[in-house]
Design a protein around this ligand. Structure first.
Ligand code: NDP
Length: 466
């Protein structure tokens, strides 16, 4: 049992309510002794500038726990001890009050704050006397470019050593990402074909039906490229493309995935997308219906500045320049207000070298598909045995991947509370991810790539569907 204190900065925000607190609850609901050991002695202090009574805060925690069916002694103990402290985390005086709540030498500070505030708080923390075993958990986006990420790294490392810093990316804790590690390295079927000789193209796609949902304050200065591709989807790419680590731990796995990202560049070998030579495309939704919900045009949403030209749909083509992957486009895509959203990792296999004469049919190329929500695997294969004796047809083999009561943020909290950074982003990797997308940000900044339109509820601009 730990006796750690977890201080959540930005406890009145969306992340805390919707993901962090349920994540802690899911560790309890999962019932694994190792997880219970992490939370049984935990004191959770919520903090923010807003006024909030202890009762109201306790209700927030209770609702989050109920939502994931967390109950029993561990949940009760957390609820009994938890409290809310009104404080401005950029004030050293307020921190002195916060630190009085820490009983013992184990402290976890979770920055559930807007990115612009994180740097200011870290500047304050470096001059404070923190408990010896202080762990910092910082959300994405980590900085705004490679230089600011490097500066933030330096400041955080002046507060605690690198191995006590968790740069959170919950896509690393997604079941699909974790399942892919096992699929790749623990299956004879996949391991030998996971390379450029057999794979023609990789797609990592995370579309959603939701529009802006009132988040213009953050999203309008980020957009799909920074919000999704630069962080989450590059982390998934690093797991798809990595060489086999000798161990799945914070040193070997993270070094192997970092090496894949160091080798990643914007695609330079000619057209990947129809009607353009550019290795990226971008678009913004106009008014339309997503299911039975009508969405106004993105530029009409409260808080949006049309002059920022923020994209709500982005696609980029990258190359992982290693002996395993050179010459294979990795296409990353994410969009909002998409009518039939895809969320999956797809490896499209090359055609066989020769089909026996006499075989007919238009079976497509084979694909390995790993879905995010729900976690699933499907193999799209070419099969015979249809109405024509030697005809070829497509057939699917599908499986549901193992589920867990521990949510993605449960995985995050497991790593943070146990100070095991295997599934958090290393400092140099946070900088690399900006380096990878910078040529695209530059091209978009110079309007070299047009900002296209698509109606909310469609799958993107009509010209993209080719
Ligand atoms: P919110 O906009 O909901 O803000 C969180 C809290 O931060 C607010 O409730 C506010 O509390 C505090 N805050 C806001 N502005 C300031 C300020 N200027 N100075 C100090 N505190 C401030 O953000 P989210 O909860 O959505 O996101 C928090 C972090 O998590 C961000 O980095 C985001 O990118 C990341 N994230 C969010 C996800 C989500 O789904 N929400 C998913 C993945 C990552 P108060 O006013 O009480 O101080």
């Amino acid at each position: 049992m730990t006796n750690a204190t977890l201080i959540i900065l930005g406890a009145t925000g969306d992340l805390t309510k919707r993901l962090l607190l349920p994540g802690i609850g899911s560790l309890i609901a999962g019932g694994e002794q190792a997880d219970l050991d992490l939370v049984e002695g935990l004191t959770v202090i919520g903090s923010g500038r807003s006024e909030l009574g202890d009762g109201e805060w306790r209700d927030t925690v209770t609702t989050a726990f109920d939502g994931v069916k967390a109950s029993g002694a561990a949940a009760d103990a957390i609820l009994e001890r938890t409290k809310y402290l009104q404080a401005d985390s950029t004030s050293a005086d307020d921190w002195k009050r916060l630190l009085k709540e820490v009983d013992g030498d184990e402290l976890v500070v979770y920055f559930a704050l807007p990115p612009a505030v994180v740097f200011k708080v870290a500047e304050v923390l470096k001059d404070l006397d923190l408990p010896k075993r202080t762990v910092l958990a910082v959300e994405k986006p980590f900085g705004t470019d490679a230089d600011s990420a490097a500066e933030l790294n330096e400041t955080l490392r002046s507060v605690v050593p690198e191995d006590q810093i968790h740069r959170v990316d919950h896509f690393l804790g997604q079941r699909a990402t974790l399942a892919m590690l096992a699929l790749r390295f623990d299956n004879r079927l996949f391991n030998p074909i996971w390379n450029a000789d057999d794979v023609e193209r990789v797609e990592i796609v995370y579309d959603e039906r939701l529009g802006l949902e009132g988040r213009a304050g953050y999203y309008d200065s980020a957009g799909a490229l920074k919000d999704m591709l630069q962080s989450h989807l590059l982390q998934v790419l690093s797991v798809v493309a990595t060489e086999a680590p000798s161990a799945v731990d914070a040193v070997d796995l993270r070094e192997a995935t970092a090496a894949a990202l160091r080798a990643t560049r914007v695609w330079e070998h000619g057209p990947v997308f129809p009607n353009t030579d550019a290795p990226s495309r971008r678009a913004r939704y106009t008014a339309g219906d997503v299911g039975d919900k009508h969405l106004p045009s993105y530029v009409e949403e409260d808080g949006v500045d049309p002059e920022r030209k923020t994209e709500t749909l982005a696609e980029v083509a990258l190359e992982v320049r290693t002996a395993r992957w050179a010459g294979v486009p990795f296409v990353l895509r994410s969009g909002k207000a998409v009518g039939a959203p895809r969320d999956e990792i797809v490896l499209r296999l090359r055609p066989v070298r020769h089909r026996p004469d006499g075989q007919t049919g238009d079976a497509g190329r084979e694909r390995i598909v790993i879905g995010f929500k729900p976690p699933r695997l499907s193999l799209e294969l070419t099969a015979g045995g249809g109405s024509m004796p030697f005809g070829l047809e497509s057939g699917d083999v599908s499986a549901t991947l193992p589920k867990s009561p521990v949510t993605e943020y449960g995985e995050v909290m497991r790593g943070v509370l146990g100070n095991d950074p295997t599934l958090s982003v290393r400092g140099d990797v946070a900088e690399q991810c900006w380096r990878i997308v910078q040529p695209i940000l530059d091209a978009w900044g110079k309007d070299e790539v047009p900002l296209e339109d698509y109606p909310a509820g469609s799958d993107g601009p009509a010209s993209w569907s080719a």
